[in-house]
Ligand binder design. Structure first.
Ligand code: KG4
Ligand code: ZN
Length: 360
């Protein structure tokens, strides 16, 4: 049998994206096209994503992005086997744009529809890029999430740790905003950190050494603000030094928390654990280097998909659609968009985590 071709649409945050992915019967994937239109410029002035602006921008460009994805892949809609779209979690106005577009295409072209959890898209990307086998441990670190999950199969997730306050990407973004760096903050903080001396400022390492592999970043954010206030007016070097201190503190915490999660996971699964890092923060090279060392110490393997597949994109949605399609999952045209949609529905939000954030 040949390959299945899946069109995937993503619009849950500030990227309008569509992609065509092929999946062979033996489970290998191939990206035929991956079109991502970022709205960063529209939101930059506000230092964050404005939901209403995002939703309108998705409406403006989604048709063209889908057309471009089909053209780049050299396929027609008729040749597509199924249409997948992010159905949540995310900014509901944006999610609706992608999901409704997918429904219209599915109905018009007589194709099956597959509603995809955006987080599952991040979670399964490593199977597209590196053919990673189940089970694996997933560190999901994005603008809206900081979680450690055990992944046992498509749709099978168990949350092992989560943040009790801010998400890691959010901490990067808030630090950048405070230091008047650009948006999104992660890449800016990483760029400045490379020029700084991490020893100059002493910052806390929240939850370091705790038995449960949870995260907390709001205290760190406050500590950065206090140091910045004390050092005002800050020179470029001061900013670089504070960014370096922040990044090292974060990397220490992430390495520690992942180490705590790896122990039991490794014991339960017979050793040689695989850790997959997903979400925008996976692009951070300092964090990546620290995790590399942790995995080496555990006799395991670190898998980080290429940067443009770590941040939001259509290929991750198309691929998740392909995995679900192969297992026989189909959704009706009445499937609802969901602003919240945890991967592990049995896991409760932790006390202190007032909001799960709209971004994923
Ligand atoms: O997964 P993603 O593209 O979007 C959602 O949150 O859904 O992740 C974006 C987040 C932002 O908070 C951004 O600042 C962060 O990922 N990020 C980074 C880096 N690149 C992106 N954080 C740290 N270092 C980076 N190089
Ligand atoms: Zn995301």
């Amino acid at each position: 049998m040949g390959e299945t071709l899946i069109l995937g649409l993503e619009s849950s945050c500030d990227e309008t994206a569509a992609a065509v992915v092929a999946r062979s019967a033996d489970g290998r994937g191939r990206i035929l096209s991956n079109v991502v239109l970022s709205q960063i410029e529209e939101h930059a002035a506000f230092g964050g994503v404005v939901p209403e602006i995002a939703a309108r921008a998705h409406v403006d460009v989604m048709d063209g992005v889908v057309r471009a994805a089909l053209e780049d892949a050299g396929v027609t809609l008729a040749e597509i086997d199924a249409i997948a779209a992010t159905a949540g979690p995310g900014l509901i106005g944006g999610v609706l744009v992608g999901l409704m577009t997918a429904k219209a295409l599915a109905l018009g072209a007589g194709k099956p529809l597959i509603a995809v959890n955006h987080l599952e898209g991040h979670a399964l990307t490593a199977r597209l890029t590196d053919s990673v086998a189940f089970p694996y441990l997933l560190l999901l670190v994005s603008g809206g999430h900081s979680q450690i999950l055990r992944v046992d199969g498509v749709g099978q997730y168990r949350r092992i740790g989560t943040t009790i306050d801010d998400a890691l990407g959010e901490a990067f973004d808030k630090t950048a905003k405070l230091l008047q760096l650009g948006y999104p903050g992660g890449p800016e903080v990483e760029r400045m950190a490379a020029l700084g001396n991490a020893e100059r400022f002493t910052l806390p390492r929240p939850l370091l050494g705790r038995k449960e592999p949870n995260f907390s970043f709001s205290g760190l954010k406050t500590a950065v603000r206090l140091e910045a206030t004390a050092a005002a007016p800050m020179s470029q070097q001061d900013v670089a030094d504070l960014c370096a201190a922040f990044q090292v503190a974060v990397a220490d915490v992430v390495a520690d928390r992942v180490g705590v999660a790896l122990g039991p996971f490794s014991a339960e699964t017979g050793g040689s654990p695989t850790l997959v890092v997903a979400g925008g923060v996976a692009a951070n090279k300092a964090i990546r280097a620290r995790l590399e060392a942790v995995l080496t110490a555990h006799g395991g393997r670190l898998v980080v998909p290429p940067g443009k597949l770590c941040t939001d994109n259509g290929a991750m949605i198309a691929w998740t659609g392909a995995e679900r399609f192969a297992l026989g999952f189909r959704d009706g045209l009445d499937v609802a968009a969901r602003p919240r949609w945890p991967l592990d529905s049995a896991a409760e939000p932790l006390i202190g985590k007032g909001r799960l954030g709209a971004k994923a």
